[in-house]
Design a binder for this molecule. Structure first.
Ligand code: PLP
Ligand code: COI
Length: 380
C-alpha cells in the first residue's frame, strides 16, 4: 500500500504554462446534507443515484493550459448551448472507487491506471492530457471535504467519476480550445440489483460497439450511447447486460456494455479477449490476470470465437464465465442468450473461481488482506 495522504505532490508535471502544484481553491457547500440525511443515503445507496456535497473542476484552455483548479459545491454545470460537447460528443470519463477500511481510513485502487487511461482516451478524442498528479490530487481534494460520504457497510464504496468535456462554444468541427475536467462522486452499493447473484447476458448480433480504428478502446460517452439500443434488447430478453462481438466478422467476443469478460476452462485456465484496440483495457481485468497468475493459473489473452464458448460449455470444457469492472467488480454469468441459442440458465450458480477471485480482489480493496502489488493508495 502507498500512503500518499500526507505526501506533498511532486513538482515538474506540466501541460502548458500552469505550474504544478495547482492551487486548489475550495468553496464549501452551504447546502451540504445533514448527517442524518447522508447516513440514510449511505444505508442504501444503490448505484449512481446520490451525489456528494462537492465536486472538483479544473479548466484547460489552449492559451493557458490547466488552471483554475477548484473544489466547489456539487451542482448543475452552466454550458453555452453551442458548447461543442453537446454537438460532437468530445467527452471522456473514468470510474474508480474509494473504499473505507476497518480503521476508518479511505483508500483507492490503482488510480495511476485510471489516470493513464484517461490520458490515452484524451489522445484518441483530441482532448488535452491531464497530468497524472493533477488527477490524483483531484481525488485527494474531493475526499478532503467529502470523506464522510464513503460508506462503511460491507461491499459498499464511494464511486468516483472523473470526466472531461469540450466546453468551447462554436459549431465548427474541430478539437475544442476550452475543456473542463470535473470529478463527482456517488456512494455505491451493488451495480446489479441482487448483489452478486449471477446475471444473464444477451448476445447482440445486430449491433457492434466498436470497429477497427474507432474509439472502442477509449472511455468515451459515444461508445455507451451506441450500446444503449442493444442494452434495451437485453432487457427485453430478460437479461441484465449485453455482449458485443467484433464488428468485422461478428465472430469473436469483445466485451459487455460496461464490463470485460472471462471464461474459465475445466483445468483452471482463464481465457479472455485480447486487448485489440477496440475493447476497454479494464483495470479489473488486468488485476484479475495478475492475481490468477499469482495463484499459478494459466491465462490466455486471445481472440475467442462465440462458438468456442457455446461448444465448450456444452462439452464441459468451459465451466465458468464472469464479467468484471469497477462498478460490477466480479459478476458471475449464469446464462448467455442469443437469437439462435441459449447456454446456461438463470439458475446456474456462480463458479468456484469466480467467487474466490472476487473475494481475493475485494479483500485487497477493503484492506482485509495484504496488498502484495502495492495497488492501494490512501486518499483520506
Ligand atoms: N469495458 C467497459 C466498456 C467498461 O465501461 C468498463 C468499466 O469501466 C470496463 C470494461 C471495465 O473496466 P475497469 O475494470 O477499468 O472498470
Ligand atoms: C465502471 O465500471 O466504472 C464503468 O464505467 C461502467 C459503467 C457500467 C458504470
Amino acid at each position: 500500500m502507498t500512503d500518499t495522504a500526507t505526501t506533498a505532490p511532486p513538482t515538474g508535471a506540466s501541460d502548458g504554462p500552469a505550474a504544478f502544484p495547482l492551487a486548489f481553491r475550495t468553496t464549501p457547500s452551504t447546502a451540504a446534507k445533514a448527517d442524518a440525511e447522508r447516513e440514510a443515503i449511505l444505508a442504501d445507496p444503490g448505484f449512481g443515484k446520490h451525489f456528494t456535497d462537492h465536486m472538483v473542476e479544473i479548466i484547460w484552455t489552449i492559451a493557458d493550459g490547466w488552471h483554475d483548479a477548484a473544489v466547489v459545491p456539487y451542482g448543475p454545470i452552466s454550458l453555452d448551448p453551442a458548447a461543442s460537447v453537446l454537438h460532437y460528443a468530445q467527452e471522456i470519463f473514468e470510474g474508480l472507487k474509494a473504499y473505507r477500511h476497518a480503521d476508518g481510513s479511505v483508500w483507492t485502487f490503482r488510480p495511476d491506471m485510471n489516470a493513464l487511461r484517461l490520458q490515452r482516451s484524451a489522445v484518441r478524442l483530441a482532448l488535452p492530457q491531464l497530468p497524472e498528479e493533477y488527477f490524483l490530487e483531484s481525488l485527494r481534494q474531493l475526499l478532503a471535504v467529502d470523506a464522510s460520504w464513503v460508506p462503511s457497510a460491507p461491499e459498499t464504496s464511494l464511486y468516483l467519476r472523473p470526466f472531461m468535456i469540450a466546453s468551447e462554444s462554436f459549431l465548427g468541427v474541430r478539437a475544442a480550445h476550452k475543456v473542463d475536467y470535473r470529478l463527482i462522486a456517488s456512494p455505491a452499493g451493488a451495480y446489479f440489483h441482487g448483489g452478486v447473484t449471477p446475471v444473464s447476458i444477451w448476445l447482440s448480433t445486430e449491433y457492434a460497439r466498436a470497429g477497427r480504428g474507432g474509439t472502442g478502446a477509449a472511455k468515451t460517452g459515444g461508445n455507451y450511447a451506441s450500446s444503449l439500443l442493444a442494452q434495451e434488447d437485453a432487457y427485453k430478453q430478460g437479461c441484465q447486460q449485453v455482449l458485443f462481438l467484433d464488428s468485422s466478422e461478428g465472430k469473436y467476443l469483445e466485451e459487455l456494455g460496461g464490463m470485460n469478460i472471462f471464461l474459465v476452462r475445466h483445468d483452471g485456465t482463464l481465457v479472455t479477449p485480447s486487448i485489440n484496440g477496440s475493447i476497454l483495457e479494464g483495470i479489473t481485468r488486468d488485476s484479475i490476470i495478475q492475481l490468477a497468475k499469482d495463484r499459478g493459473h494459466a491465462v490466455e489473452e486471445r481472440p475467442i470465437a462465440i462458438d468456442e464458448w457455446r461448444d465448450g460449455w456444452a462439452s464441459g470444457e468451459i465451466v465458468e464465465a464472469f464479467a468484471c469492472g469497477t462498478a460490477a467488480v466480479v459478476t458471475p454469468i449464469a446464462a448467455l442468450k442469443s437469437k439462435d441459442f441459449t447456454i446456461g440458465d438463470a439458475s446456474t450458480p456462480a463458479g468456484e473461481f469466480t467467487i474466490s477471485i472476487r473475494q481475493e480482489l475485494t479483500d485487497i480493496q477493503y484492506g482485509r488482506k495484504p496488498d502484495h502489488h502495492d495497488w492501494m493508495v490512501r486518499l483520506a
